[in-house]
Design a binder for this molecule. Structure first.
Ligand code: NDP
Length: 477
């Protein structure tokens, strides 16, 4: 059965369909999905525009109930949805279920936020006048998501958009339509009025582009590559619309001489290789001071030997396959580039064969890398990391900040002085002390600086900045 697009409250088949393939076993077709056309995208935008006036004035209890019901169903079905996610994206079952639970928690959080919408009442600078400051929805929000978090990223964009009274046109990544289809189905059945949430699965160059080109989309929130992010920005400037971009990272993880070796290695392995390194918060630059360098590298090698890389759904798998062939080629190209640049491939980097045909890659660790190398400057987005040796903390901080990106920065240290200094001086939106660079909470702000992000933060109460616009009203008493 082909899973359809949702436009104006109707499931629409479209003229084409595409297949969702399991990267752990390319013979396994997860499902077939209707491919939306540019026309479908325009119909979805028109439906969202028509639904906006009523939804923007809907009662907070109605919104609360729909988001709450959605949270409950996602959490009740976490094993089944987590399995679907792991099957289509390739992260391990534990990671897939964990991400699904996070999506449920996000809907739960924003269900609560519906009941906490607030403004401010201030005296005017002039006598006998009152000032009210309120937040209103922005209008039709376009949501474009990547493949690496198939349920959490759609959740952290859709939930606040609906909570604050916007209507939505949602285009998930074509590689992973299953999880997105499932949450749209749940929201639809939870009672969303027609046209409030529209799903258009299909190619970015067609469906996504039709969204960028539409004057009727008032805000676009995007997560993905830097190149596509720039297109979103340029088109949004053209239409004078609000936009928010979450793009790549080249996140540093600093290990100081005084660090606990086990804590550093666990955090580094998690940051660099878990979720197959396919997280924008992954660390691919391990910046290590001289005194601990050799011990750290040896311990990383030992730890990496024990990693189980296999079918995402198999019990005991710690690292699943790369998402698809093109991403695998990108990873192996960078491994070749690192060697050509003079870094030493100390561990891993081999293609692996498993019981089923899939995109299996042994995590790779380079040593003797410099921060000027391409492997240290460009986002690889796979299980490939480099160790950069530095003299001391000051050099570590300089190297950590010497990057076009600024999403997450980590440090392993037992020194309060260095931890405090790093928290203040890391040029990143998120800082982790003795923790992996990846792995964040659902109720606090998420986002970066420099080339990693543009616009206000996502998640938690800070999401209101993007999904609302502020009104200041003056009344003569
Ligand atoms: P893209 O930026 O191409 O994809 C992200 C989303 O944008 C997808 O839904 C995609 O659609 C859509 N899109 C593509 N072209 C357009 C367009 N012209 N107009 C509107 N939307 C468009 O990233 P990729 O999936 O191709 O991944 C490439 C690289 O990007 C990765 O290797 C990684 O380096 C980086 N990346 C970073 C992520 C992050 O979290 N920061 C997440 C994913 C990727 P479609 O379904 O057709 O792909």
């Amino acid at each position: 059965m082909v899973q359809k697009n949702l436009i104006d409250g109707e499931w629409i088949a479209g003229s084409e369909a595409f297949r969702n393939i399991n990267p752990s076993d390319t013979n396994d077709v997860v499902g077939e999905y209707a491919r939306a056309s540019a026309e479908d995208a325009r119909a979805a935008i028109a439906a969202a525009k028509a639904a906006f006036p009523a939804w923007s004035r809907s009662g907070i209890l109605e919104r609360h109930a729909i988001l709450r019901k959605t949270a409950d169903e996602i959490l009740a079905r976490k094993d089944e949805l987590g399995k679907l996610l792991s099957r289509e994206e390739g992260k391990t079952l534990a990671e897939g279920i964990g991400e699904t639970v996070r999506a449920g928690q996000i809907f739960d959080f924003f269900a609560g936020e519906c009941l906490r919408l607030a403004g401010e009442v201030l005296p005017s600078a002039r006598p006998n006048i009152g000032v009210e400051i309120t937040r209103e929805p922005v209008g039709v929000v376009g949501i474009i998501t990547p493949w690496n978090f198939p349920i959490a990223i759609p959740a952290w964009k859709i939930a606040p958009a609906l909570c604050y009274g916007n209507t939505v046109v949602f285009k998930p990544a074509e590689l992973v339509p299953g999880s997105s289809w499932a949450i749209v189905d749940i929201l639809h059945r939870a009672g969303l009025p027609k046209g409030v949430l529209n799903l258009v699965m299909g190619k970015g160059s067609v469906v996504g582009q039709a969204m960028l080109d539409s004057p009727d989309i008032h805000a676009i929130t995007f997560t993905g590559s830097t190149g596509t992010g720039k297109r979103v920005a340029l088109a949004s400037v053209e239409h004078n619309r609000k936009y928010q971009l979450e793009m790549g990272g080249k996140n540093p993880f600093v290990v100081l001489d005084d660090a606990d070796l086990n804590v550093s290695v666990e955090a580094a392995v998690n940051s660099a290789f878990f979720s197959t390194g396919q997280r924008c918060t992954a660390s691919s630059r391990l910046i290590v001071t001289e005194g601990i360098h050799d011990r750290f590298v040896a311990a990383m090698g030992e730890r990496m030997k024990g990693l189980v890389i296999d079918d995402a759904l198999k019990a005991g798998t710690q690292i699943g396959p790369v998402v698809d062939e093109s991403q695998l080629n990108q990873d192996t190209d960078y491994i070749a580039i690192g060697r050509q640049e003079g870094a030493k491939l100390a561990f891993g980097g081999e293609l692996l064969k498993r019981a089923t045909p899939g995109f299996y890659l042994q995590p790779a660790l380079f040593t003797e890398a410099t921060n000027a190398m391409r492997i240290s400057r460009e986002e690889i987005f796979g299980p490939v990391a480099s160790v950069i040796r530095v003299k001391d903390y000051d050099e570590a901080l300089t190297v950590a900040n010497d990057t076009p990106f600024g999403l997450s920065s980590g440090i392993a240290t037992t020194s309060l002085k260095h931890a405090t200094h790093f928290k203040r001086n890391a040029e990143a939106g998120m800082v982790m002390v003795n923790l992996p660079t990846a792995g964040v909470d659902f109720h606090v702000p998420f986002g970066g600086r420099k080339g990693s992000s543009h616009g206000s933060r996502e998640q938690g109460r800070y999401a209101a900045e993007f999904y609302t616009t502020v009104k200041t009203a003056y009344t003569l008493a």
